[in-house]
Design a binder for this molecule. Structure first.
Ligand SMILES: CCCCC/C=C\C/C=C\C/C=C\C/C=C\CCCC(=O)SCCNC(=O)CCNC(=O)[C@H](O)C(C)(C)COP(=O)(O)OP(=O)(O)OC[C@H]1O[C@@H](n2cnc3c(N)ncnc32)[C@H](O)[C@@H]1OP(=O)(O)O
Length: 210
């Protein structure tokens, strides 16, 4: 594999997005690998390893790092975070959200935080919740934009513990558009319980900022 587009196979989605890259679909070998990587990170985070297991895993990871090093590509040809129908669109740093409804100015999704996103006491890390909101609010902020909109601020209110390993509901909707400015609100719920809400300002970039 030398570049993302050619490696993705016949299932690859050639459509280009606002960032100038390609979107892939989950039925590609890359999509399957990313699903496994997310699951792997949750298993690493949840496990108590003995020394022999840690050493074996370290050796395997070192071999894979070496194998991947010559495949480093420029940003437009990278695949990470570009699997349209994978949880968290294949960005395993982000919690595993699955969009159910996506309009021009709103989004409803399910999300499950795993062990990888644990803060303490089986609750999600506050930074992971903020990361989720950046992704989830950023999508409707960008859907109808001509150019990419960047986060200018993101205000998160933590209202209750956000549990891991439970399916949660997350929503985001544009509340106001003023020139290049898009104001977006979001909520994260576990059933009737409001875990967190957020407000973000996203600013559409000028041509020279892209
Ligand atoms: C699952 C399927 C997916 C399918 C998706 C398909 C398509 C979508 C494609 C792509 C979208 C992809 C992903 C989206 C997801 C996530 C998005 C994450 C985005 C980020 O994670 S991105 C990284 C973090 N982000 C930064 O790295 C920003 C650093 N920063 C800057 O790059 C500049 O700062 C910039 C450009 C923001 C503005 O700079 P600038 O020079 O262009 O504009 P300026 O400063 O003049 O501000 C203009 C007006 O905004 C007001 N204003 C500015 N800042 C304010 C603030 N903080 N508070 C209140 N007001 C503020 C001013 O007061 C003025 O207001 P006024 O016009 O009224 O005077």
């Amino acid at each position: 594999m030398t570049e993302a587009g050619s490696a993705a196979g016949p299932g690859a989605d050639e459509e280009r997005d606002l960032l100038g890259g390609r979107w892939l679909t989950g039925d590609t070998p890359y999509g399957a690998m990313i699903d496994r990587l997310r699951d792997f990170l949750d298993h690493v985070a949840a496990a108590k390893l003995d020394d022999a297991t840690a050493q074996a895993l370290d050796a395997d990871l070192a071999a894979w790092t070496q194998r991947l090093t010559p495949m480093v590509a420029d940003e437009a040809h990278r695949m990470f975070g570009r699997v349209r129908d994978a949880p968290g669109h294949g960005q395993v740093f982000a919690p595993a959200f699955i969009p159910d409804q996506m309009g021009d100015d709103s989004l409803h999704a399910r999300v499950t935080f795993g062990a990888f996103h644990l803060g303490a006491n089986y609750a999600a890390h506050g930074g992971a919740v903020a990361l989720l909101f950046d992704e989830i609010l950023g999508l409707p902020a960008n859907m109808s934009a001509q150019r990419m909109a960047r986060t200018a601020y993101l205000h998160v209110n933590y209202r209750a513990i956000t549990p891991i390993d439970k399916e949660l509901q997350v929503s985001a909707w544009v509340t106001k558009v003023e020139g290049r400015k898009r104001f977006v609100r979001g909520e994260l719920r576990y059933g009737d319980l409001l875990c967190a809400d957020a407000e973000g300002l996203f600013i559409e970039l000028l041509p020279h900022q892209q």
